[in-house]
Design a protein around this ligand. Structure first.
Ligand SMILES: NC(=O)C1=CN([C@@H]2O[C@H](COP(=O)(O)OP(=O)(O)OC[C@H]3O[C@@H](n4cnc5c(N)ncnc54)[C@H](OP(=O)(O)O)[C@@H]3O)[C@@H](O)[C@H]2O)C=CC1
Ligand SMILES: O=C1OC[C@@H](O)[C@H](O)[C@H]1O
Length: 392
């Protein structure tokens, strides 16, 4: 499929009818009915677009703090109903699962309330403000027999999984050093954004840092034991003295049997890279790359966050150099134009419906990621993000 046709199809996907509902009373057939908590900026691309081409998912209702905002959002994005407030979504009998794209600091409260209301949850990253909150969510989900998935969408795409397969195959020998960068030029994220508010769980290491942490752990195949360095650059020290705009940090992973020393992961995340050139007016190019240096070669993935638009997997081994691309799993499920979010939604609805998803992020993995992010904050001197005071 040409790059142009792929780009067009991403935004104009085929829209098959939804899975039919069986007339049998109590039948669990039919699409998973998803309620949206908040008219969030990310929801149209991450959920609504994906649901259009997914026969097993239907977004039935959106709730926002203001009814007018919910109504405007529903009209613009073709959501059937709009309601005032998030409680109204949770008590809606036409909702089986919710998508929680609220600010990080509200993830815990509204995920716990959703589980209490008997709803499965597709939970935006980072799952919570602290590892303890993530642990409590997954313990409660288990007790209730409900599904919670932290939306690390990149990992559901064939490109990330192909890099993982190359690194784990042993072709390049043991992993020595991972380098993961995720940055955005200044201007994209406004100064009053939720990402710059400590009370809402803001900070670069939470927002983009949780991705570079996640992909480093995914490729290292183990949990870090130490943060060797964590150097923050603050966004607005006067107003938000604990919020990082940028964080450079290095994880040390433990040595596995037969290894002399464990690998490191050097990570950089930046929500607002200053421009360069005269007056700093020229924008920096965003970075979205990961590289894995191994004892007998190296492999990397350029654009691990939005691989459907373009990406390249480069490999250097004793056999030479090669470049690969992976948009589908070959004979398996998926299309060239499926975004990371579309693959993720398929896995989520498969799990809710009791089918085996192509890939999954376990509760243990989510807790491990939150632990690692918290280790970075502790090392940086900025300290952990605030615990929610919500109690069930
Ligand atoms: N997977 C991905 O690729 C991405 C994930 N994300 C994640 O999604 C989440 C939301 O990000 P984004 O869509 O950019 O966020 P928004 O700025 O759009 O905020 C999301 C929603 O939060 C609600 N909200 C509730 N309380 C507050 C408050 N006190 N201040 C501000 N908003 C509030 C608003 O709901 P209401 O409509 O009710 O007013 C708003 O719609 C974050 O956790 C982020 O990390 C973000 C971008 C990409
Ligand atoms: O999840 C995200 O992915 C893309 C980034 O631009 C954004 O800040 C972040 O929230």
């Amino acid at each position: 499929m040409s790059i142009l046709l792929r780009a067009w199809t991403i935004f104009h996907p085929p829209t098959p009818g939804k899975t039919p509902i069986s007339p049998e009373p109590g039948s669990k057939t039919g699409p998973v009915r998803i309620g949206l908590l908040g008219a969030a900026n990310i929801a149209p691309i991450a959920l609504l677009l994906s649901a259009r081409s997914c026969p097993d998912a239907e977004v039935t209702v959106v709730g926002a703090r203001s009814l007018q905002k919910a109504q405007a959002f529903a009209k613009r994005h073709g959501v059937g109903r709009a309601v005032q407030g998030y409680e109204a979504v949770l008590s809606d009998p036409e909702v089986d699962a919710v998508y929680n794209p609220l600010p990080n600091g509200l993830h815990y409260e509204w995920t716990m309330k959703a589980l209490q209301a008997g709803k499965h949850v597709l939970l935006e990253k980072p799952a919570t403000n602290t590892p303890g909150e993530a642990e409590r969510i997954f313990a409660f989900a288990k007790e209730k027999g409900l599904v919670v998935l932290e939306a690390f969408h990149y990992q559901f795409h064939p490109a990330a999984q192909r890099l993982h397969a190359i690194v784990s195959s042993g072709e390049l020998g043991r992993v020595q050093k991972i380098t993961a960068h995720l940055t955005a030029p200044s201007g994209f994220i406004k100064p009053d954004d939720i990402r710059f508010q400590y009370a809402l769980g803001g900070g670069a290491a939470m927002d983009m840092g949780c991705y570079v942490t996640s992909i480093s752990r995914y490729l290292a195949g183990r949990e870090p034991v130490e943060v060797i360095k964590a150097e923050p650059v603050l966004q607005d020290p006067g107003r938000e003295p604990l919020v990082d705009r940028r964080m450079e940090f290095t994880y040390l992973f433990p040595a596995l049997e037969g290894e002399e020393r464990g690998p490191t992961a050097e990570c950089v995340c930046d929500l607002s890279l200053p421009g360069w050139g005269p007056g700093g007016l020229l924008p920096r190019w965003p970075e979205m790359s990961v590289r894995v240096l191994c004892e007998a070669g190296e492999a990397g993935l350029n654009n691990f966050v939005m691989p459907v638009f373009f990406h390249s997997i480069s490999v250097r081994s004793a056999k030479g150099r090669r470049t690969e691309r992976a948009f589908t799993f070959g004979k398996g499920e998926g299309e060239q134009w499926w975004t990371t979010y579309r693959y993720q939604l398929q896995a989520f609805v498969d799990k809710v419906k009791g089918r085996e998803p192509q890939h999954w992020i376990t509760g243990e993995d989510t807790v491990g990621n939150m632990r690692a992010v918290q280790m970075v904050y502790e090392k940086s001197g900025l300290g952990a993000r605030p615990e929610s005071d919500f109690e069930l």
